[in-house]
Structures are given as C-alpha cells and as structure tokens.
Design a protein around this ligand. Structure first.
Ligand SMILES: [Zn+2]
Length: 278
C-alpha cells in the first residue's frame, strides 16, 4: 500500500503524536517541519519530526497549527497516510474529552480501550474498493502502549483511569442533555469529536493506536447535579491547559519507554482481512 512519495528524503519516525499545538515544546533542538502531500489531499498541517527524550517522533497538530480545522472537516485519511509515509508504526493521540460519569472527574487522564462511533463522515476507510478488506476492531487500542502508559503514569503520579469507552460524536456542537443520557445508557464513559475515524484508519495501516484522553468537563452536565453547568469551549481550553504539564511529562516518558520493536497484535490486523484476491 506504500505510495510513491513526491517529497524526497523524508525523515523517519516510528512514533507519532497527534494532538494540540501546545505540545511543540516537547522536541529537543533540531526538529524539522515536513510538508507532505498524499493522494487523499493535504494533512492538517506540516508535520514536525524531531527527537523527544532521544527518540525520533513525528508530531501532527490535528486541527492545524492555528486550530482552523473543525472535527468534521479534518482530512483524517490524509493525516494517517502522511504519517505512514514517515514510517510511523505507533500513534499516540491526545484529546480533550467530556465525562459522562460522576466517577470520572475533570483533570483525570483516561486511556480508553473501546469506542462507540456516532459520527456521520463519508471518508472513513482506505478500503473503498476495488481492494476490499474488513479489519477487526474488537480491541481497537494498543495494549502494549497502555501497559507502558500505566507504569509511566504511576511514576509521574498522574490520576488516571486505565480503561473506558469513548463515544465520538460528529460535532462541532456539544451534546443535548438527552443525548448525553443516551450515550451514558449505552455504556459510554467519555465523549469527544475526533477519535473516529482516526483510530480505524490507523488500524487499517496496521499501526498501533493509543489515546490519552484528558477530561475537561461533564459534557451537558450530570443528572441530579444542578450545580454542574453544561460544557463551554472556555471550560475545555482552561482545563486542558491545566493538564498540559503532566501530559508533556507522560509523552516524554512514553517516547523513551515504548519498546523499539512491537510485540502487540496490532501489526497483524491485516493478515486475514482481505476479501479481494488481487
Ligand atoms: Zn500495538
């Protein structure tokens, strides 16, 4: 599936971080910016490639460096294809999420292990035909990265939840109270607007995908808690900014501690997925 690359001499990085622009300072000196074009179009912005804690890491700002691309307008296929061209095998996603549960408080770091898709987006697969493949998403997140993240979070003393179900809605608006109630009743623990189809597209490239979800609010509120107001964009920005120090520490540790060679099952997801005999 490798594409011919119009951009000569691209740098190589096995780990990529997709997230907000507040993470540029993670890089040691000498990071370079690369502009990549794909057959699906342009990724959200230039991709920075440089060293974090001695490891070569790529960084892609999901909404563009100036946050000009809303969740439903992100070219997820171009983003994942561009990272594939850099040789990325593992994606660490950072995302602000709302809590659907009284037990999951703002400020907490959550490492989801399941998602429920409530988006309605058309560009959600690389297998649009004539090549047809059906990948398993029974366990869509990488458990090898999860176990490293748990150890590192314990060391840094981060308040985290090691598993949760993340509901992804289309956006850009937040949920109604009835929608939040429905998502809760379906088993959702946290909610955002960008996890899908980013996660499944990465999986279609046999990449590992792991998410650090930072709880910024209680979505549309909590039942029986009149003191909790529905989320605003200001709430999200304020709470995320408070968490950025710990997020930087965790990403820095992950870059160092994630094993060089993968021993998880993510790389084998395409082994039995193809229907088409090419
Ligand atoms: Zn993996």
């Amino acid at each position: 599936m490798a594409e011919s690359n119009p951009n000569t001499a691209l740098p190589n990085a096995k780990i990529a971080i997709i997230g907000g622009s507040g993470l540029y300072s993670l890089f040691e000196e000498g990071a370079q910016e690369v502009e990549i074009q794909t057959k699906y179009g342009s990724p959200s912005d230039k991709i920075s490639v440089g060293k974090i804690n001695g490891k070569e890491v790529a960084f892609l700002p999901r909404h563009g460096i100036k946050h000009t691309i809303p969740p439903h307008k992100i070219n997820y296929k171009a983003n994942i294809e561009a990272l594939a061209q850099l040789g990325v095998e593992r994606i660490i996603s950072t995302t602000a999420v709302g809590s659907l549960s009284a037990d999951i408080d703002p400020g907490m770091f959550v490492f989801p292990d399941q998602f429920i898709n409530f988006t309605h987006r058309s560009e959600e697969t690389f297998f649009d035909g004539p090549e047809v493949a059906h990948i398993s998403t029974a366990d869509p997140y990488c458990d090898e990265i999860r176990s490293v993240a748990i150890d590192d979070s314990d060391t840094i003393n981060i308040n985290y939840l090691d598993r949760a179900t993340l509901v992804t809605i289309n956006g850009p608006r937040f949920s109604t109270k009835s929608e939040s109630k429905m998502f809760r009743s379906l088993g959702g623990d946290i909610i955002n607007m960008t996890q899908y189809p980013e996660i499944t597209l990465a999986r279609e490239k046999a990449m590992c995908y792991f998410s650090i979800a930072i709880v910024t609010d209680y979505d549309s509120g909590l039942e029986g808690r009149e003191d909790i107001s529905p989320v605003t964009t200001d709430d999200v920005n304020k709470k995320f900014a408070e968490s950025i120090k710990n997020l930087r520490l965790l990403l820095n540790s992950l870059a160092k501690d994630i094993p060089e060679k993968r021993s998880c099952t993510c790389s084998h997801v395409l082994d039995n997925a193809f229907m088409t005999k090419m």
